[in-house]
Design a protein around this ligand. Structure first.
Ligand SMILES: Cc1cc2nc3c(=O)[nH]c(=O)nc-3n(C[C@H](O)[C@H](O)[C@H](O)COP(=O)(O)OP(=O)(O)OC[C@H]3O[C@@H](n4cnc5c(N)ncnc54)[C@H](O)[C@@H]3O)c2cc1C
Length: 490
């Protein structure tokens, strides 16, 4: 017979993952080799009725209408290896040859986005000269900016936001009509708050201060990347999944044999108990834990730690803002769409005064057979409501606002044959100037609680490969803490 102390020593350490978005799932996936072998007991708690967070696909129309991400960067080998291990390599689809490049809407017309990224100096200069997007004065100012930015490269030392830096070099017009809409598609943070290092990878390297060239954060929205003008199409580094992006969290969850996944189970608080932890759950029960991964938004992590957690971490995490995002998916009869759809979509700058920020031409963007011949699938991103406490529109209002945008930008008057609204609360965190330092301070403060890790898009980048890496790294740090992995492997 074994006594209680021996029993405790014999049981495997228990890891609790709070949050079943892609970061939490990736963390659980990383821990599977130990949970399947009985070397760790892993529980994942997700407050909603499904895993995946904003990674959601609607199949009701026959089309895969994406409510969250519709793409990911293929340039991150560890993410691609994970897809292969999940058996998703055969599901990869690319951007159609006919759909390279995107448009910006200005003064009633669609203008091809001039290539900046990946284009050499002269080719960028040529495309700026020939673009119809900017006025003559705007182009001259942009030309002057090309020189100014060489003399005064953009600082990425987290002291100044990107907007004012771009404005002082390239002028107001280029910022309003080119940079702001383009960067809004990459990152939801307003340009006048945006940390330059969060988007440095999508700006030309020659513009950035060399000493402080930061780590890479990727772009979510292919349609917003000004990479492929009509003149020089390049192979797109983005891909999607044939069966819809939701197949990623579904496949991840399906691969978790050693993890107990608890849906509809909210964690309310995390408390320390000597050298271990107690998670207070929404149903009134508690879960003991030897290690914890907080794979939730910063505000939620702050809330979980608030009662007894390190005050510094709570303070820093409380600061990570994330407004709601509403996306409306549509299916139309082909003959009702009076445009050729020869790109990935359209960006709508805020001075255009419309209630949408972007349209993705889903069915012409991705290289997969159309499930319903003669129909096209689109989606529109609603402009976030302005002002403190302004209410989110109802679903009916969201459809109407999106249709108003489609009418102005694409001339679509007809009614859709199908529509669906995706409302994401707290979906994408703002990476304001100083974000990386704030996350570093939060982690430093949290180190007072050993084996409690932060993972997800509030911390290490917002793109799916970043989020996966964040979850897996947190899992490896925990495994190291339990002596299951050598420190060099974490
Ligand atoms: C509209 C949109 C478009 C996007 N487009 C792209 C794109 O094209 N490419 C790309 O790479 N990325 C894109 N992204 C970003 C990417 O989808 C996200 O960054 C990523 O999915 C976030 O994953 P996460 O696990 O960090 O967070 P989340 O998915 O937000 O996961 C957090 C989870 O925790 C749960 N939770 C919260 N609190 C608690 C609690 N107390 N107890 C238990 N559970 C809790 C939530 O329900 C949620 O499921 C897009 C995002 C949105 C919203």
């Amino acid at each position: 017979m074994t006594g209680p102390t021996e029993e405790a020593a014999a049981r495997p350490p228990r890891v609790v993952i709070i949050g079943g978005g892609v970061a939490g799932l990736a963390a659980a996936w990383e821990l599977e080799r130990w949970s399947r072998a009985g070397e760790l007991a892993v529980d994942l708690f997700e407050s909603s009725s499904r895993v995946g967070g904003p990674v959601v696909t609607d199949y009701g129309s026959g089309f895969a209408l994406e409510g969250g991400p519709d793409s990911f960067l293929t340039t991150k080998p560890d993410f691609m290896e994970m897809l292969a291990e999940l058996g998703l390599s055969n599901s990869l689809i690319g951007v159609r040859e006919s759909a390279r490049g995107a448009y910006i809407f200005r003064a009633g017309h669609l203008h091809r986005i001039p290539p900046l990224v990946g284009a050499g100096f002269w080719s960028a200069a040529r495309s700026i000269r020939s673009t119809t997007l900017l006025s003559r004065a705007g182009k001259l100012r942009m030309g002057l900016g090309a020189t100014l930015v060489r003399l005064h490269p953009i600082r990425t030392d987290e002291r100044a936001a990107l907007g004012p830096q771009l404005r002082s070099r390239f002028g107001r017009e280029a910022v309003e009509w080119l940079f702001e809409p383009f960067l809004a598609g990459v990152h939801s943070t307003p340009i006048d708050l945006l940390s330059p290092s969060a988007v440095a990878a999508v700006l030309p390297a020659r513009w950035m201060a060399a000493a402080s060239r930061p780590r890479v954060t990727e772009t979510p929205a292919e349609s917003s990347r000004p990479s492929s003008g009509a003149a020089a199409p390049r192979r797109s580094p983005f891909a999607s999944l044939r069966e819809g992006m939701e197949s990623l969290p579904r496949r991840l969850r399906g691969s978790l044999e050693g993890t107990r996944v608890h849906l509809r189970t909210k964690a309310n608080a995390l408390q320390r108990e000597g050298n271990s932890y107690r998670v207070l759950l929404g149903d009134g029960s508690t879960q003991h834990a030897d290690g914890v991964i907080l794979a939730v938004p910063g505000l939620e992590a702050a809330h979980l730690l608030r009662s007894t957690g390190p005050a510094g971490a709570v303070r820093e995490l409380d600061e990570v803002a994330r407004p709601p995002i509403v996306v409306v998916g549509f299916v139309y009869r082909g003959e009702d769409v009076p445009l050729p759809l020869d790109g990935t979509g359209v960006l709508v700058p805020s001075p255009a005064g419309l209630p949408i920020t972007a349209i993705t031409w889903l069915s012409s963007k991705w290289d997969r057979p159309d499930p319903v011949p003669g129909r096209v699938a689109l989606r529109a991103f609603l402009r976030p409501p302005g002002g403190e406490g302004s209410a989110r529109p109802t679903n009916e209002e969201s459809v109407e606002l999106a249709r108003l945008g489609l009418r102005h930008v694409m001339g679509i008057e007809a009614s859709p044959t199908y529509s669906v609204v995706f409302a994401h609360s707290r979906a994408i965190p703002w990476y304001e100037v100083g974000h990386a330092d704030r996350v570093m301070r939060a982690r430093q403060s949290l180190s007072a609680w050993p084996r409690v890790e932060l993972a997800g898009n509030a911390y290490d980048g917002i793109g799916l490969p970043d989020v996966v890496r964040s979850g897996r790294s947190a899992a490896r740090r925990l495994a190291t803490g339990f002596g299951l992995l050598a420190p060099s492997q974490s």
